[in-house]
Write a protein that binds this ligand. Sequence first.
Ligand SMILES: [Zn+2]
Length: 135
Amino acid sequence: MANFPDFKTKDEEIAFWESHDSADFWDEMEDIVVDVDLHHNLHHPRLVVLAYLPERCPRCSSELASVTIEYITNKDGQLSIIRDVPAWRCHDIGHEYILEETLDQIERLLSPEPGQPSHPFDMLQVPIFSLQTAS
Ligand SMILES: [Zn+2]
């Protein structure tokens, strides 16, 4: 496994990666978690957002089927449910995907412009329990 140099300039770094395979340096790289999903789906925590729909599952290459899911999210203590969300699920393992444009629609519903109230079609009452106070 190779060592990569300390780059002095951004151009130097770009030139280096154009001529080297990053796979040769995996052992040296740090793991980072990038959370780009502002409204995490509690019901489908492993949902992956795609820019476009691939022909087969990007993770296991099995066939993708069109499904409809419920998107449940908790933002600042406010629980919201979005129904009829178009998604794709792979046949073999059940990997789930939604498109970026669908996530954009969800963002717009959950974070409307100031002065433009959201219009939920129904409201639910949610019971809340705690094991600390249960007897
Ligand atoms: Zn899959």
